[in-house]
Design a protein around this ligand. Sequence first.
Ligand code: SAH
Ligand code: SF4
Length: 416
Amino acid sequence: MNPVSAETNSTSETTNAHVAAGANAPLEKIALETYVPPAKPSLVGLSRAEIAEQLGAIGVAPAQRKMRVQQLWHWIYVRGAKSFEEMTSISKEMRAQLDQHLTVARPEVVAEQVSNDGTRKWLLRLPSGDSIEKAHEVECVYIPETDRGTLCVSSQVGCTLNCSFCHTGTQRLVRNLTAGEIVGQIMVARDRLNDWADRVTPTGSRLVTNVVMMGMGEPLYNFEAVRDALLIVSDNEGIGISRRRITLSTSGVVPNIIRTGDEIGVMLAISLHAVRDELRNELVPLNRKYPIAELLQACREYPGSSNARRITFEYVMLKDVNDSLEDAKLLVKMLKGIPAKINLIPFNPWPGTRYECSDWDQIEKFSEYIFNAGYSSPVRTPRGRDILAACGQLKSETEKLSVRERQALRAMAMTD
Ligand code: SAH
Ligand code: SF4
């Protein structure tokens, strides 16, 4: 049986089991490794050293490589060049030589949706690696606001984890994105928004100012690719989005949390969602491997966190499951000593889910308790409430927005 029919046959079965079994659901699925690089590799997503290697392989003299890498880096990540032809500071012969062996390709955009409020969603097609299996797809969402524009980026096709309230978790097909496919999402957004450094934007500044790793997938189960991609995204001589404007959200892959601080240095968000292990085992089954106490200890030790660089704790509001005032109290208590902010997320229902979103007044009560305990933005308007307001508006005005759009809309309020 080929992998495709195996996928198709098991989907509904797994989904039902997953919905019914809760805490007994399998901890995780196995990721497929079906990515086969295209014949002509793209330079997008490669480090400077890897680009130099590629240049060596096509016969560029060692003495020239450093300078060529610098030129290419500038054209790719500052100017957003889509072909070597555009790179006019490089000799014609060299451009032809590059073009013969390499590309600066990014993921293919197969659909673009623009909502009334300016939110844009792109559906990207990625190679599956063989001719039998259909192409893989991921989404990437851009949310403009007056003072920033946030891009919600995916790290995997699907997710190996099975959080019981998450739609992505029910998707069987999983593969890690490459660093190029992750960087490529930011490049696609800049292409579509005409947002490269030498182009005039309506506001005079860049449109994509913030990145949140909150699309599909668990970024810390694709650590190396996510790290390599985010180092490129934050590189000052390229895309140049500051690490403080990049947030990585994890369901709690404890061993890679400290590494995230040490090796990437971006802002951290933790999908907490429950204050007791018993419930968290059910909502986020990974908790059985890395329970709350271990997770919070990793947060206490997170390199670079401070009152100015707080860790965000995400908490999805599930009616009669985790939304009591007792939960709110315990939440505040357990976060003591951690520079934290709390991001309440109204649950976004999907077909077949057994959960409901908490009632609005319950969300307000919960939020008020947290606010009174000091967990809010330093400005007068409480940040938590801003987020709830945004989500409320979203619900009434744009019913069609997907899970990830909503996630991204909420996420924009949590990045500084
Ligand atoms: N895998 C990572 C990042 C992607 S999910 C993680 O779990 O953190 C981004 C956020 O959306 C997480 O906090 C996740 O718990 C939340 N989320 C998932 N499904 C949701 C839903 N149906 N409604 C609201 N939030 C959801
Ligand atoms: Fe994966 Fe995050 Fe969804 Fe859990 S919430 S299944 S970790 S994408």
